[in-house]
Design a protein around this ligand. Structure first.
Ligand SMILES: [Zn+2]
Length: 264
């Protein structure tokens, strides 16, 4: 059985192709860190192809409801997502973010991309247009989009550079990718982040390696955002203020634990 992702998977960084500088084991995978100073990407080795594909739990939809409401409300209020626009959601899972988008902006046309069979069936049952085959992600086949969502997705991909390169070609002028992912390494070198707590995570980006991969994919800019704008956190305004402030201070000291970015 072939356990390598591709021919160079055991030695080369999937972002820049360099050799690794260090290797360590986490609960689920063996991780290598790219030796190139401008990259330093972290990635799982000795994993099966498509090891990052996973099914989604219907119970989580309720848990995400308030976050989705805030996230979509903020993106619409800021004019990032517009009425009658086209949105591509890569790694839709059960479609809870897009369901909230359709609720708040019914005129937006949504296309989902999902690889997990049960999630695909669920999305279709609820009327979503679904692309299952990544090779169909071609402007000639599916058209172009004003916004592409990749929420907690890039950490699951075999080849993030290839997909981001495709995304760039799928964007209308002025379009953007909204991407979130847990950070793979803090400023002090610590790997104590949520990135390593899930079995299907195989890419562990930092601000630096994310900046490099989007540049290599042909994008012009990446802007990192603070979580507080997109996350309810608490219904109690004082508790939210305290939590948000603590998180901002922690991020200033340690670097962001979670990366939220607009890519253009
Ligand atoms: Zn690298």
């Amino acid at each position: 059985m072939n356990i390598t992702r591709n021919d160079h998977a055991l030695s080369a960084c999937p972002v820049c192709g360099s050799a690794h500088a260090e290797q360590f084991a986490t609960e689920f995978v063996v991780v290598r860190k790219c030796a190139k100073p401008i990259c330093g990407h972290l990635y799982a080795v000795e994993v099966m192809p498509a090891a990052g594909v996973h099914e989604h739990d219907e119970d989580n939809i309720v848990w995400y409801a308030s976050r989705n409401q805030q996230l979509i409300g903020k993106l619409l209020a800021d004019g990032h997502v517009k009425e009658h626009g086209r949105v591509l959601d890569i790694g839709s899972g059960l479609g809870h973010i897009m369901a909230e988008l359709k609720r708040q902006a019914p005129s937006v046309e949504v296309v989902c991309v999902e690889a997990a069979p049960k999630s695909v069936a669920y999305l279709k049952k609820y009327g979503f247009s679904v692309i299952e085959d990544m090779t169909s992600l071609d402007p000639a086949e599916c058209g172009c989009f004003d916004a592409i969502f990749m929420v907690e997705v890039i950490e699951h991909l075999d080849d993030p550079l290839a997909l981001l390169s495709v995304c760039r070609k799928l964007l209308n002028p002025g379009g953007f990718v909204f991407l979130t992912t847990p950070c793979g390494e803090l400023r002090n070198g610590s790997h104590a982040t949520a990135a390593y707590q899930i079995r299907e995570h195989i890419q562990f980006f930092t601000e630096r390696s994310l900046r490099l991969v989007v540049t290599k994919a042909g994008f012009q800019s990446i802007e990192f955002k603070e979580l507080r704008e997109y996350h309810v956190g608490s219904n109690n305004p004082l508790a939210k203020l305290v939590k948000d402030t603590a998180r901002i201070l922690r991020n200033k000291l340690q670097g962001r634990h979670h990366l939220i970015a607009f890519i253009k």
